[in-house]
Write a protein that binds this ligand. Structure first.
Ligand code: M6R
Length: 583
């Protein structure tokens, strides 16, 4: 994971880089650091923890026009100042920030660097020393070292004697932008917003040298190449005007806007062309592949396509799919769902499908992401930039976009009309204090539901685990009695999600099974049930197929409030990062 922001210009770039690194904290926040040039020396400042700690360490008086910056999610080596980036070469000539993993770093160390004393446990320190060992001009050294390396990298590097920043990319994202005051490189387009209008997306095995006035690109043989700039669409990144202490709450509240925007994008702007719809229709089946929350969206997408288009669907967890003995099929469209479009496991599967010559559709939220480069068809989601690690509005945008796909494929105008009514009237519900007080009594929580509510129970439980650190399970209501019921006692809370009238009785039986073992019930539903429960959260009534969007909002809010109640920062859960670029 990790995020990079590096700049060269005619102003003091240190504070701009630090400010923009904050936008990358979602990629990791174990430690952060900068390296900058002062006279002809390379200086490094690092700090463990969030960027605010680095800022305190730097003070206000530092100044430099060439800076590389990094925010880290630890892969090799514990969270410590020695392991924080930037890393210096032992000869003091190079400073490097790196996002990715050098898989053969142990071999490289033995073969090329046995005489070098390393100060950290990182693969990056090996990388920078490997570069220092190569011959020729700086860019050649970088290219040569990258040829020796296996794995993924986006790097920005300073060299003691040159007023330039050197860049290289393979499998980890890196983009560069330029204006009249200088140039910047970053892991994510959102970093450029407000400062640059256009940028260049670097491809694998491309290299670049940024100076104050220009950017020169090279291929892996060292030949100069020309690249076309792309426009940065601020709309894709705008933070809606909601002032909340936490991004997560702001993003949950934005869901009403996201739904309207998505509807508009697909039905007024025709984001998906008729030609694309006809192409997608030709596939006999769909196989959704994703991780975490995006996998849950895939489960919902599969349900919608089966329900409205009567086509067979499968759903796989990317890290499992990759090693399964899958029988691939040219009549199947492989659909990859990912907020970031940078998730390593998902990308690896998409690569595998492409290599075998099958078609790939990517449902992504970040334009120009790595996954989109592999796509035959792109289905963008319009959640806007999601900052909190726990995915909320991106999940809703994915589910809604896949629902729109199913409706477009089925050409069902009635359903389209229902969607329109829904987006116009959907509003975020509020949880009352009594419910929250009731919830806070439990640290043993089970989420149950059937069919679409089963998906909600999986996603609700994931939210609670990742931000409130409560060990909970999401499971199919009918599965309780096949094992998990053994865990239910008077200290257990079962959150029962029930939004499908046809399954009311079945859910009531599951609730009774829990009550008979002394378990407490919080029922989340849009209609009355005949069984008595400990707490009832009444959801607004919409057509059944829309209820997964309504119920998930309630579950997201429960997790959010519980995390805050326990004193945790819901935006930055421990041990996690927003974009998981390691397999
Ligand atoms: O960027 P992606 O959608 O590919 O990320 C996949 C998962 O890492 C992600 O959904 C994760 O499960 C969320 N943080 C959960 O809230």
């Amino acid at each position: 994971m990790c995020g990079i922001c590096s700049a060269i210009g005619n102003f003091n770039e240190i504070f701009d880089v630090i400010e923009r690194l904050r936008k990358l904290e979602y990629r990791g926040y174990d430690s952060s650091g900068i390296a900058y040039k002062e006279n002809n020396n390379l200086e490094v400042v690092k700090s463990v923890g969030q960027i605010a700690n680095l800022e305190k360490r730097i003070g206000r008086n530092l100044s430099s026009q060439i800076v590389i910056g990094h925010t880290r999610w630890a892969t090799h080596g514990k969270v410590s100042e020695e392991n924080a980036h930037p890393h210096m070469s032992a000869n003091g000539e190079f400073a490097l920030v790196h996002n990715g993993i050098i898989e053969n770093y142990e071999d490289l160390k033995k073969i090329f660097l046995s005489d070098v004393c390393l100060n950290s446990q990182t693969d990056t320190e090996v990388f920078v020393n490997l570069i220092a060992r190569q011959k020729g001009p700086v860019i050649n050294k970088l290219i040569e070292a990258c040829n020796l390396v296996k794995g993924s990298f986006a790097v920005a590097m300073l060299e003691k004697n040159s007023n330039k920043i050197y860049l290289a990319k393979r499998k980890s994202p890196l983009m560069v932008a330029q204006n009249e005051n200088g140039c910047m490189a970053a892991s994510d387009l959102s970093v450029f917003v407000g400062k640059f209008e256009k940028c260049y997306i670097m491809e694998d095995d491309e290299f670049a040298v940024m100076s104050e006035k220009n950017i020169v690109f090279f291929d892996k043989s060292g030949k100069k190449i020309k690249k076309n700039a792309v426009l940065i669409n601020n709309f894709d990144f705008c933070d809606e005007n909601l002032n909340e202490e936490y991004f997560m709450l702001k993003e949950i509240k934005e869901q009403a806007i996201v739904l309207k925007r998505t509807y508009f994008k697909y039905f007024s702007e025709n984001t998906l062309s008729e030609a694309e719809i006809s192409k997608i229709k030709k596939y006999k089946s769909f196989h959704f592949i994703a991780c975490g929350t995006a996998y849950h969206s895939g489960l919902m997408g599969a349900r919608y396509i089966q329900q409205f288009c009567k086509k067979e669907c499968k759903v796989s967890i990317a890290s499992e799919f990759r090693y399964d003995n899958n029988v691939l099929n040219k009549n199947c469209l492989y659909v990859f769902v990912s907020q970031s479009g940078e998730t390593a496991d998902t990308i690896a599967c998409a690569n595998l499908i492409k290599e075998k010559g099958f078609d790939v559709m990517c449902v992504t939220n970040v334009p120009y992401c790595s996954l989109n480069k592999l796509a035959d068809i792109i289905l963008p989601t319009f959640a806007g930039r999601e900052v909190a690690v726990a995915s909320t509005k991106a999940y809703v945008a994915q589910v809604f976009t896949l629902l729109i796909l199913a409706i477009k494929l089925s050409k069902n105008l009635e359903l389209q009309e229902s969607l329109k009514k829904f987006v116009l009237s959907f509003d975020i519900l509020q949880l009352d204090d009594a419910l929250l007080k009731f919830l806070y009594q439990f640290n043993n929580i089970f989420y149950i539901g059937r069919e679409q509510d089963y998906v909600a129970s999986l996603e609700g439980a994931l939210k609670m685990k990742e931000i409130a650190y409560i060990n909970c399970i999401g499971l199919a209501g009918g599965e309780l009695k096949h094992g998990t019921l053994a865990l239910i006692d008077e200290n257990s809370l079962v959150i029962a999600i029930s939004t499908q009238k046809k399954l009311k009785e079945k859910m009531e039986s599951n609730i009774q099974e829990v009550k008979a073992r002394g378990g407490k019930i919080l029922l989340v539903s849009n209609f009355e049930h005949s069984v008595e429960v400990d707490h009832f959260l009444q959801l607004p009534e919409f057509e059944e197929f829309l209820m997964p969007i309504v119920s998930i909002t309630a579950l997201q809010l429960m997790a959010f409030h519980y995390a805050v109640e326990l004193g945790y920062n819901p935006d930055k859960p421990r041990n996690l990062a927003k974009s998981v670029t390691v397999e």
